[in-house]
Design a protein around this ligand. Structure first.
Ligand code: ATP
Ligand code: MG
Length: 311
């Protein structure tokens, strides 16, 4: 029987998982559309990897249900695994095999029809021609990750789960990696990718932010920013260190963050924030301008609020 082809790639409800009596993913529901690039963000230890592993059937949730590519995550894990490319958080290829050997090995493991040809085509696609015989372990960080991406797309999966694929990779290599993600999505692949980088979040169709095991917000980047209802000012001028300390103590100021030669000041209550800013307006050496909250402002705000709720 063929796999069903719903327009939804992932749909899960109420996923919960505990380790040693501690809840690390709590009542998590999410929906990922086919062909979409879905970004998964959240602080260290917030439950991203645990969620990804539940989505592809590697880990069974304690509670909750759902489907991935139309298959039940509890009872049809083997069918899911055959159709999903999972790039783990740590480099998972053989460091002491060459680029070609790694790709051929993966192709054989997944029963790809012509493993040698498929590996050769992938080398070309990755731009690794001329480096086929180089040991994977001797590649730069950026090339390693591209190779790992290539390896997990070799079996022609319908869904890619990429767990922090670009951690520690330089900006140019990250950009190329993301160009490749977009090219794959353009061919119809669904991509769920976890990241700590804001510029990468902005390259996703939709993002979700998770903290303390709970999904706090979902939507496109503009929707997430608008949904946070943060009022933000940029303050530039002299003596910003002292001003930051003063502002931090004011009611209505939820966040102060230095950015180069200016401060980002934000709060959720417009009137209170305005009141906190009023004394600063008398200081002629300062420039105070309304600005839009950045994605980073929004995430830090969400995280501190969820910590308050948690305690
Ligand atoms: N197999 C396990 N046994 C016990 N605890 C675990 C296990 N796997 C994860 N945890 C714990 O669950 C919590 C969530 O971990 P998880 O790896 O899902 O977070 P993460 O969001 O992926 O973090 P990071 O950004 O650092 O990769 C952490 O506190 C972690 O220590
Ligand atoms: Mg992780």
């Amino acid at each position: 029987m063929n796999a069903p082809a719903p327009e939804i790639a992932i749909e899960v409800e109420g996923l919960t998982k505990s380790f040693n009596g501690r809840v690390v993913v709590r009542d998590l529901s999410m929906r990922v559309k086919r062909g979409e690039i879905y970004g998964f963000l959240g602080p260290n230890g917030s439950g991203k990897t645990t969620t990804i592993r539940m989505l592809c059937g590697l880990l069974t949730p304690d509670a909750g249900r759902g489907t991935c590519l139309g298959f039940d995550i509890r009872t049809e894990a083997d069918k899911i695994k055959r159709r999903v490319g999972y790039m783990t958080q740590r480099f998972s290829l053989y460091q002491d095999l060459s680029v070609r050997e790694n790709l051929e090995f993966v192709a054989r493991l997944y029963g790809v029809a012509d493993p040698v040809g498929a590996a050769r085509a992938m080398v070309e696609r990755l731009g690794l021609k001329g480096r086929e015989e180089q040991l994977a372990g001797s590649l730069s960080g950026g090339w390693k990750q591209r190779l790992a991406l290539g390896a997990c797309t070799l079996p022609e999966p319908q869904l890619l789960l990429l767990d922090e694929p670009t951690a520690g990779v330089d900006p140019k290599a990250r950009r190329e990696f993301w160009n490749e993600i977009h090219a794959l999505a353009g061919q119809g692949l669904t991509v769920l990718v976890s990241t700590h980088y804001m510029d990468e979040a902005e390259r996703c169709h939709e993002i979700a932010y998770i903290a303390y095991g709970q999904l706090l917000t979902v939507g496109s980047v503009p929707e997430v920013i608008a949904g946070a209802h943060l009022v933000t000012y940029t303050v530039s001028g002299d003596d910003l260190g002292r001003i930051a300390t003063e502002l931090e103590a004011c009611e209505g100021v939820d966040m102060v963050a230095p950015f180069g030669a200016s401060l980002h000041v934000s709060g959720r209550d417009r009137d209170k924030l305005e009141a906190a800013m009023t004394p600063l307006r008398e200081n002629r050496s300062l420039r105070i301008e309304p600005s839009e909250a950045s994605l980073e402002d929004v995430f830090i705000d969400l995280m501190s609020r969820s910590r308050d709720n948690f305690q």
